[in-house]
Ligand binder design. Structure first.
Ligand code: NAP
Length: 540
């Protein structure tokens, strides 16, 4: 440690949803705490993903902090599901309302963290050569914050405009009349494509895996509707807290959760199947109790889904190309706004890369095995190095020179309770692998994490402990428990490469990274650990 290091009680990395609440919480507990944030403002991933159509598909009144009644009552959401600018504005409002900015160092990228065992503290180094020292580090670095850009030959040689959804320019991008290509049809692509289609002269969608989407109306609040909701906020939050996915109202997760309560597809007659599609459309095609547990039922649902898509998309070849072949549930579906209708437009072409992949980007467009496409703009909506990407890009060195990046790369992304890693004392990672965040309302999940971490640090300080470290056996058992939950399901089917299991990033150790028993059960287990004096951890 250098003599000019800044000494603190706790250091938080990242000023997104998690980091802002962590700063507020730890400051309230009397800890001298700062956030180190590489960006110029608060917002985390919601600051960068400002692509056209970006919005959250969880209702605004649930995709928001519950810890402050004042914030709940003062902030005004305008739509049932918030657009990116409104979420960004909300996080700025929170930062101002709680006077958080005075303890946030913007433009400060953390490059290394090293644990000094003798002193029981972390030294955190930044790209501008500064050092910060504190006993505790809270990594609020985000689960979907590091873009995964594809490695397509020739990308750099494209003479048109290349845009990346995860670092969309702040200034307006005019796509009017342009020949635009979009690569990627995950949640981001599904939100982006209908909006770009309305602006572009021609839109070509390059689709490797068709998405499952959940069409649902998103709308502005009616007059007085938000006030009525706010009057009932206590009940809304109570229901949300007790719901497995942390969102009791409409969300992609709650729609999927509801599906599990339906009768099994395998015993449904053809008439019952058709009625489900007629009455429920795309969502009806998927709403069967056995789809998440029986791969045959899932494949039957995929066929029905294709039939539902064919009722919307007029060109049968395009409809077939839009029918997924991977199991429903193993990738995250998204609430969509007119996605399939977009493919009926005259100015939209779908290229099914299952029939011949992209070979290269050329100076004038994209060359696939099926032919060439001349383009003015290429938009990459190709996903994230999720869950582990942000932390493996920092040189995190724990006890005995152990590197977190090496450990996660060679062994797997292990963490105890999805929060702490053996060998890395006093480092709390918000939403590490084995936490419920991937399959739930992230905000509900992170509030639990922040509160548990705050209580834990409070306990350590009150009882004279200087360090806490996950025990390897407890960590292994937790990961075994978390992965055993998905074993009887199709969620981690071998045919599926997704950010949930790391399969979307070549070379990444494959492991299903979510905790799927639900947030209430997760909270119960975490509380049990804390109440018993932090079982599974070594306190020193
Ligand atoms: P994603 O789901 O991982 O999708 C990436 C897409 O890019 C996939 O279609 C993928 O195809 C494709 N792709 C990647 N590399 C490619 C290549 N070299 N050639 C052709 N296609 C390629 O990423 P995302 O859409 O950004 O979504 C990530 C997560 O962000 C979501 O699952 C969700 O959790 C979150 N999100 C949430 C919201 C919200 O409303 N709350 C909105 C947007 C995103 P393959 O599938 O074949 O790999």
């Amino acid at each position: 440690m250098t003599s000019d290091s800044t000494r603190l009680d706790a250091i938080i990395v990242g000023a997104g949803f998690s980091g802002l609440y962590a700063l507020h919480r730890l400051r309230e507990q009397g800890l001298r705490t700062i956030i180190l944030e590489k960006a110029e403002n608060v917002g985390g991933t919601w600051l960068f993903n400002r692509y056209p159509g970006a919005r959250c598909d969880i209702e605004s009144i649930e995709y928001s902090y519950s810890f402050s009644e004042e914030i709940e009552q003062e902030w005004v959401w305008t739509e049932t599901m918030p657009r990116q600018p409104e979420i960004e504005a909300y996080l700025n409002f929170v930062a101002d309302r709680l006077d958080l900015r005075r303890d946030i160092r913007f433009h400060t990228e953390v490059t290394a963290m090293t644990f000094d065992e003798a002193a029981s503290e972390w030294e955190v180094r930044t790209a501008d050569g500064k050092a910060f020292v504190a006993p505790f580090v809270v990594a609020a670095t985000g689960i979907l914050s590091v873009p995964k850009e594809p490695e397509i030959p020739g990308m750099g040689a494209f003479e048109g405009v290349s845009l990346f959804t995860s670092r969309w320019p702040k200034q307006h991008v005019d796509l009017t009349g342009k020949r635009v290509g979009v690569i990627g049809t995950g949640s981001t692509g599904v939100q982006l494509i209908p909006v770009v289609a309305q602006q572009a002269g021609h839109l070509t969608v390059f689709q490797r895996s068709p998405a499952y989407t959940l069409p649902w109306e998103v709308r502005p609040f009616d007059d007085g509707e938000l006030d009525e909701l706010k009057a009932n906020y206590a009940q809304i939050r109570a229901a949300q807290r007790e719901h497995a996915v942390g969102a009791a109202r409409l969300s992609a997760f709650s729609v999927m959760f509801e599906m599990m309560t339906k009768p099994p597809l395998k015993s449904a007659s053809r008439e019952e199947q058709l009625r489900a599609v007629e009455e429920g459309g795309i969502i009806g095609a998927l709403s069967w109790g056995d789809v998440f547990f029986d791969i045959e039922a899932n494949q039957m649902a995929a066929k029905l889904y294709g039939e539902a898509v064919a009722r919307i998309v007029k060109n049968p070849e395009t409809a077939a190309a839009l029918t997924p072949s991977h199991p429903f549930g193993c990738k995250r579906p998204i609430i969509d706004q007119g996605y399939y209708e977009t493919f009926n437009r005259d100015n939209v072409t779908l290229v099914d890369l299952r029939k011949g992949p992209i070979v290269e980007v050329t100076p004038t467009g994209i060359h696939t095995e099926q032919g060439d496409h001349e383009l003015d703009v290429i938009i990459y909506a190709t996903g994230f190095d999720a869950m582990t990407g942000a932390m493996t890009r920092i040189a995190v060195t724990g006890r005995d020179e152990l590197s977190l990046g090496d450990f996660w790369t060679t062994e797997g992304p292990y963490a105890y309770l999805g929060i702490a890693v053996a060998g890395f004392p006093n480092l709390f990672i918000i939403q590490a692998a084995g936490s419920p965040a991937p399959a739930s309302n992230f905000v509900t999940a992170l509030e639990q994490h922040v509160e548990w971490i705050g209580d834990c640090i409070g306990y350590l300080r009150a009882n004279g402990y200087r360090s806490i470290e996950a025990l390897p056996d407890a960590q292994r058992e937790w990961i075994e428990h978390a992965t055993s939950l998905v074993a009887p399901t199709v969620l981690d089917h071998p045919s599926c490469n997704s950010w949930y299991n790391g399969g979307n990033v070549p070379g990444k150790k494959r492991m299903y990274m979510g905790y799927t028993a639900g947030i209430p059960e997760y909270r119960r287990r975490c509380d049990e650990v804390a109440d018993a004096g932090y079982t599974g951890f070594k306190l020193a």
